[in-house]
Design a protein around this ligand. Structure first.
Ligand code: FES
Length: 125
């Protein structure tokens, strides 16, 4: 018999929205995951920082609408769904992470064990 595993998650404050430049990526490390966070103005979206092609840093890519273009070989991904968004990447997908903005603070939802500190994780990019 299979047993379902319920993973407990928490909302982690990662940055003040004013510290995320509009339409640029920043990297946040939670546990063993590098997450690229993008401020689109009316919302913040978060995806894996690793391009599935050759591991390019998606946080350094170019934001176009709600998509990101990898800086290395131009694979394009939808930041909302993670789905490949051009002919090069259409059969590929990147992981997305739930995010929200509240009172000027950006939160990411992550497994509880992702952080043990009560402070915002370091951001780079
Ligand atoms: S590493 Fe991203 S397109 Fe090649």
């Amino acid at each position: 018999m299979n047993q379902a595993t319920i993973e407990e998650t928490v909302w982690i404050a990662i940055a003040r929205s004013q510290d995320l430049p509009l339409r640029e990526g920043r990297v946040v490390v939670l546990g063993d995951q590098e997450i690229a966070v993008f401020n689109l103005g009316d919302r913040v979206l978060a995806v894996s920082n690793h391009c599935p092609h050759r591991n390019g840093p998606l946080a350094d890519g170019i934001v176009s609408g709600a998509t990101i273009v990898c800086p290395l070989h131009a694979w394009k991904f939808n930041l909302e769904t993670g789905q490949g968004a051009n002919a090069l990447s259409t059969e590929h997908c990147i992981e997305t992470f739930p995010s929200r903005l509240s009172d000027g603070i950006v939160f990411l939802e992550a497994p509880r064990q992702s952080t043990t500190k009560n402070e915002m994780p370091a951001m780079s990019g």
